[in-house]
Design a protein around this ligand. Structure first.
Ligand code: GLU
Length: 295
């Protein structure tokens, strides 16, 4: 059975770009008669905005994106993340690293394994890195075919727990996708590079691989991703239809006046029935053809 998911971080309300990811993953799951799960990725408290999780869920409901089962919160999964890290540390698959970002930058930008053989034991102020046994320099995307990942990035022993004690996004995402039985990951094209590390985590864990579909990224006038961090406009909760139609057009739908005149639930259902990967734009980044205010 197809199991898809939408996994927002509660660092702010949903914006146009995150609605595109929510809709794309929903259409892909529901057009395959699959489940669509929602997971709140609340593992980075300093970046969290109070009330954002509730607001995100409320927004999904206003757009008639009704998820299956219970919402999973990553903050409830910390013991599992730690248990996996402890196993890898015990097996010497992972190790403590005292390098700072500054030092790595000064050494050329990619981490070269400076702490691999140091056998550090005091975790205070150290990150945990996974020994890279499965460098992934490309993968096949359902829409875009083979996508490549820079070599230096692919080969790095990457961080699974940060110096500040927080779990790394890549580790949490993969452990949760496996835990929830996700079969396909559909998300924005900003997450193409981390996909390599995530595939290598599946291989390290001996878990069944998933398929990937990356959706075009909505960018602003200066070419930056619309994101919660750069304060993209929160999408409208009280009058969702214009934004819904814009997000669906962004995903390649041509919407007749007749469809546009229907209610939200009907429009979303029509989207499920008419979702086709070939209609998705080929570009990985697109500036939406309407003003920021109407987002
Ligand atoms: N939580 C991530 C974000 O909001 C998305 C994770 C994912 O889809 O893999 O950017």
């Amino acid at each position: 059975m197809y199991i898809g998911r939408f996994a927002p971080s509660p660092s702010g309300p949903l914006h146009f770009g995150s609605l595109v990811a929510a809709l794309g993953s929903y259409f892909q799951a529901k057009s395959r008669n699959g489940l669509w799960l929602v997971r709140i990725e609340d593992i980075d408290p300093p970046r969290e905005v109070e009330g954002a999780s509730e607001l995100i869920l409320q927004t999904l409901k206003a757009y008639e994106l009704n998820w299956d089962g219970e919402v999973l919160y990553q903050s409830q999964r910390l013991d599992d993340y730690q248990a996996q890290i402890d196993r890898w540390l015990a097996e010497e698959q992972a190790y403590l690293c005292e390098c700072t970002r500054k030092q790595i930058k000064a050494a050329g930008g990619f981490y070269q394994g400076a702490c691999r053989d140091k056998a550090l034991t005091d975790s205070q102020g150290c990150s945990v890195r996974l020994k890279m046994h499965y460098p992934i320099s490309c993968f096949v995307d359902e829409k875009h075919g083979t996508l490549t990942i820079p070599d230096g990035l692919a080969k790095e022993d990457f961080i699974i727990k940060r110096r500040d004690g927080l779990f790394a996004y890549n580790l949490a995402v993969v452990l949760d996708d496996i835990h929830q039985g996700v079969t396909e990951v559909v998300r924005g094209a900003d997450l193409i590079e981390p996909t390599g590390r995530q595939i290598s985590l599946y291989k390290t864990l001996g878990a069944a691989p998933v398929t990937y579909l990356h959706l075009p990224l909505a960018i602003d006038d200066s070419g930056n991703k619309l994101s919660k961090q750069n304060h993209a406009t929160a999408i409208d909760l009280s009058n969702p239809k214009p934004t819904l139609l814009n997000a669906m057009r962004f995903l390649g739908f041509e919407i007749s006046d007749d469809i546009a005149g229907q209610n939200i639930a009907k429009i979303v259902q029509w989207g499920v029935e008419n979702w086709q990967l070939f209609q998705l734009p080929n570009q990985l980044k697109i500036k939406p053809p309407f003003s920021n205010e109407s987002l």
